[in-house]
Design a protein around this ligand. Sequence first.
Ligand SMILES: Nc1nc2c(c(=O)[nH]1)N[C@H]1C(S)=C(S)[C@@H](COP(=O)(O)O)O[C@H]1N2
Ligand SMILES: [Mo]
Length: 424
Amino acid sequence: MSIEQPRAERHREIEAILEAKGDGVVPTRDLADKYTVLGATSRETYANWLTPIEEHFVCHRNDIPDAEADSWTISLTGQVEGSLTMTDVREAYPRVAVAHTMECAGNGRGQHDPETGSVQWGYEAAGTAVWTGTPVGSVLREHGVEEPDASDERDDRWLTAIGGDPSEAGDVFARSIPLSKAFEDCILAYEMNGRALPREHGFPVRLIVPGWYGVNNVKWVEELRVMDSMVTEGSLDRPGVHAHWQQVSYRIHPRGVDPEENATVETVDTWEGIEGAVEHPYTFDLNVMSLVGTPDGETPVVPNDDAVEVRGVAWAGDDAVERVEISTDDGETWADAELFGPDYTGAWRLFRYEWDADPGTHRILSRATDELGRRQPERISGPDAWRDALEADAYPWNDGGFAANAYRPNGVTVEVGNEAVNEG
Ligand SMILES: Nc1nc2c(c(=O)[nH]1)N[C@H]1C(S)=C(S)[C@@H](COP(=O)(O)O)O[C@H]1N2
Ligand SMILES: [Mo]
């Protein structure tokens, strides 16, 4: 399919983003030269709760649209009719803010062995920002869409958000989320960390789906469609390829498989899907993950009388993080870290651990467990294990390298010096 072509504009976009963000981000290797991809430069990004715009990763496939806020509109289609200007979006509804940990579903792809194609992310495609905007539920309610009843499991309506990013190949960037999630906490965001939404993050307006993988958070939203199913091929009122980003890409499956289209799924909990509830799972809510931010492994640690603070972040999508454990001896022994700081659904938590560091070289690992008792697996399996990997404390190697959350590849090696250097 022509969707697989390299893209010329990508290099110019990357230059412009580097200009805007400075050295907080760095381009990530993309084997096929297709994506605009930059990740956090420094591990220390993960020692802080709020990710500055300058350090927040960027990931998209098509060209950034030449958008002007004055003329931008969002059409409401399918089981709803209407159109919103940016003035409507900003002024006709409540103004709210949500905290959201954005993580590309391809984060950790570069840790797969054998290598999978595409963008070779390590752990740098994650960040937490505060997004300001309009509740999607307020817009839909105002336009006559009946709010899903939380107790009605059979409400299979979906909201499909479509990006206005032009594609040479004619593929439409369309992603569907259950209407219940849209009403629950999703927003149409026009500010990021209190500043106007930067163009590479979706100016003038993007969808924020708190705690769900980056791909669901459609940038440059130009259409919201209420439907009886997820987007399937041919289900939109426009030319082009409709369902590539929902039904083909961003699906978790072994080698040599073409996943089938589904109208709906048993669960939108990605981990439940991986455990077997969904045949070739979609990347919806975030799997449990953690990262050590400091020590960052770059600067040697000089122990003073005090212990060394190991600090980082842990997240679990729209589930809560229950526990974070730290090992300072490459996984031989583990101790509990303390969770602290802001606690919002959909955003990561800070953790800290007081480490009595002896001189020498140490490998520090962190592993988190979510409120449903699901712990990060140790490593990514080989290519043939698929679901059997889970039994061996491994994450299933998958063809697209999606949703990996193994802890061992994200460890950090730290040098501890002999004694405090007298800097006077
Ligand atoms: N319209 C549109 N929205 C998009 C994309 C895209 O290619 N087009 N990329 C998605 C992916 S794969 C990710 S990981 C997030 C990244 O958001 P960020 O660049 O603001 O960090 O945007 C998502 N939204
Ligand atoms: Mo992504």
